[in-house]
Design a binder for this molecule. Sequence first.
Ligand code: ATP
Ligand code: TZP
Ligand code: MG
Ligand code: MG
Length: 259
Amino acid sequence: MNKVKEINPLVHCMTNMVVTTFTANGLLALGASPVMAYAKEEVEDMAGAAGALLLNIGTPSVELAHAMILAGKAANKAGKPVILDPVGAGATPFRTQICHQILEEVDVTIIRGNAGEAAALLGLEGTVKGVDGSLEGDKLEVAKQLANTYQCIAVVTGDIDVITDGSNVQTIANGHEWLTKIVGAGCLLGGVVAAFAAVSDRKDDVETAASAVSYYGVAAEKAFQETKKEGFGSFAQSFINQLGMMTEDEARSMRREAR
Ligand code: ATP
Ligand code: TZP
Ligand code: MG
Ligand code: MG
């Protein structure tokens, strides 16, 4: 049986208002127990009780950033992994600044973002333009620099995903471009990485995150095979089904590294 299904971890998601239901359904399918909680009055208690905390800044506000920092500190105190999705970092100074504030005050375990967001957190806007999806050039370096700068695991996604702690690198080639056609594919991945981290023994966070990314990508490949004649709406549904029905063994056997 899959470890997430076996343990059914509580995953505290502070995510954006676009993707809450999709994220909750994806995590439920996977076998985790999602809870969305945002009020400053309760986030410390919830984060302390959960197996992992997801901070996704997709629809930010000053109040929400403050609550995320409270939750992050409580998760740190309880020794629980914290996953940051810096949605839209670099798109506005406000978003970049919120991420920097979180990263300054919270010990973030894993940052999961696309290459542009990862570069923006490092003040490198533009340097990854055009190379997203390629392991050549900046993407690998940006991931390593992100991991080293924030002493965390960097999960930089695109057509190829790079997972690194700054020295060990895993590259995952699973996934399907139809994931770019449904909203929340990146955001739900942050939740899935959080669920895998919640049930891991934390001995190898790079491998844990890589397994989550690969499992997710294989689910997308299988969903595409089922729905390629139908379209993106059916794909989204089938993808949730696959997240629930697939076994970790199946994912392992279909795992593809990029090099
Ligand atoms: P963006 O806003 O750039 O779409 P995102 O936050 O949605 O970013 P993605 O980089 O799209 O995050 O990653 C989400 C998932 O989609 C990952 O599992 C990734 O492997 C997959 N993915 C993204 N683009 C492709 C692609 N062209 N081919 C295959 N899989 C992809
Ligand atoms: N606007 C603010 S957050 C959000 C949108 C469209 C969702 C982004 O989702 P993802 O997973 O990064 O594609
Ligand atoms: Mg995407
Ligand atoms: Mg995103």
